[in-house]
Design a binder for this molecule. Sequence first.
Ligand code: AMP
Ligand code: MG
Length: 472
Amino acid sequence: MRLSHHYATALPETVSKVIPQTLDGIALQWHNSELSAQFNLPTGDDLMAAIFTSGGKLAVNAVAQKYGGHQFGQWNPRLGDGRGLLLGEVTDSHGQRFDLHLKGAGQTPYSRQADGRAVLRSTLREYIASEALHHLHIPTSRALCLMTSVHSIRREHEEPGAMMIRMAPSHIRFGHFEYYFRSRQADTLDKLMNYTLENYFTECQRHAKPHKALLTAISLRTARMIALWQTFGFVHGVMNTDNMSIHGITFDYGPYAFVEHFKSDAVFNHSDYEGRYAFDRQPGIALWNLNALAHAFTDYLSTDEIRECLALFEPTFLSQYRYQMLNRIGIDDNSDNEPCLHQWLALLEQNNLDYTLSFRQLATADPSVEMSSLRDQFVDRKAFDHWWHDYRQRRLTKTNNNSEQSLTELNPVVIPRTHYLQHAIEAAEQGDFGPAEALMAAVKQPFSDNRITRNFQQPAKHNSQVSLSCSS
Ligand code: AMP
Ligand code: MG
């Protein structure tokens, strides 16, 4: 396996060398065979030896990256990889370069008062969610492996410690640019801009105004990602700018959840008292975050140029969202059909129905019948009948009937529901990874209604909104 260190070599002033600290009884629990095959990486004991054996190829040049971030709207310059380490980069046979990032390997200069560790609960949640999003075709970082230990770690109570390695094109966050701009390190900011352009946005580098092209590309990628979050009901939970990837991929999973009974302003992070990161606020927050990032471009672009870049966010988000959603319900992508979508969402919310299951049922409903069996789910049947009468005409007259991509392929049966995750975590904490493995197998085929996915389709029994902790 060949590991490169382009980031650490090009930007040494932005990193600190750190030797990863292992945990007692560390053992490889899972590895992602798809990724190890793509990047020709060692597996099993060979991977563990490479990370932790003294002089191991992976560990020896590990670095923690320095960045800052806006947390819940407040600028915090004191952030950085507090428990994550960039081991280096690997390249696949197509020349695609990805970071290997080890999470939970002990303290770094940016740990502040915290322990630099990760618990099994949060690593399992990240592993399963990132695989789930990947298979829903939502851009995301991926997990390469999960390692368990016998070491217990203090959070709200004692929990088993674990580590994971995740992969992403890079770990450059909005907060990287913000930090070097706000701390007036103009030379480093310039190097970071050039590094990003040369390594990850080569199409922008060739542009007459590379920095403008870069900010535009980040805005567009972010808009497309958020449109997919909104389409599938994903709530990130902590959209601080240090958790926003410049690649427009879902990144730094914390107290995330998928909406179940539909509530447009659902909040799952119990530290988010004001609902800043509520489901329906995610698009606005993404734009707020892009504004924060754009400040770092003020030495390169005029105010008007920055405005032009950011102005692309809203129309891109709206058109992507409309395209995805109208496709999901099987009607033409045009503005005339938008009210029909909004009425459907309002019906789901008013009738307290499960978001994912309702879309799936609509996908498999027969539009040729005048009275759909779906109506039984709705308390307000009259309102549903009224909507159905209008909707079925639109669906029957769809011009572009893409039969090759049937509606079931756009409407999952499985999302990683919190109650299945909790059950899987509790069993894994007792040493039984069976439920977690079964859930993992299901989220990897979210559109198939089969023996494997059947056990993971149901909403939580109590109609309560789960509240998740940030402490991970
Ligand atoms: P997060 O909210 O998880 O994105 O983390 C915010 C900041 O806190 C980042 O700089 C993390 O590296 C740091 N951090 C979170 N948990 C820990 C931990 N257990 N030990 C050290 N640093 C941490
Ligand atoms: Mg983070």
